[in-house]
Ligand binder design. Structure first.
Ligand SMILES: [Zn+2]
Length: 147
């Protein structure tokens, strides 16, 4: 068993510890680092799992990227793609709905694409979610080239 971040080999106990708490096999150091990120940003676990899956797929994601106003769960900077995990724990309010739309408008104006992914997609269809994001990345790349 190896850490999915640094590739260092990890022992059974550490493997179990990281899998139970984060759902990703990480060494002691990376478990600590990720837990700190979660504590600081209220990062959903699905964002951590998706981040490592995208990293392994070669998408070069960044976790909790600061866009100047707020922290984005996952960013793919070379195609200006921001990915937010939609926790959907409770229904959004009408104020939240319009503020989300305004936020989407501002990021579009700045050339960013914001993708909201329901946490259930990550939880149950991680591989399909990654494949779809890779498709979006190549679509965005083609658009960038076209400009
Ligand atoms: Zn590690």
């Amino acid at each position: 068993m190896t850490c999915r971040d640094c590739g260092k080999s990890i022992e059974e106990l550490q493997f179990k510890e990281s899998m139970d708490s984060l759902g990703v096999a990480l060494c002691e150091r990376h478990t600590r680092l990720i837990k700190k990120i979660i504590l600081d940003n209220d990062t959903p676990l699905e964002a951590i799992q998706l981040f490592y899956a995208l990293k392994e797929a070669g998408a070069h994601p960044m976790l909790e990227w600061w866009d100047g106003k707020k922290s984005v769960d996952i960013a793919i900077s070379r195609v200006k793609l921001n990915i937010e995990i939609d926790k959907g724990y409770n229904m959004i309010t009408h104020e939240q709905a319009i503020s989300d739309l305004e936020e989407a408008m501002h990021s579009f104006k700045n050339g960013f694409t914001t993708l909201k992914i329901p946490h259930l997609a990550v939880k149950y269809y991680l591989e399909d979610t990654v494949q779809n994001i890779l498709g979006i990345i190549s679509g965005l790349k083609a658009n960038i080239r076209a400009i």
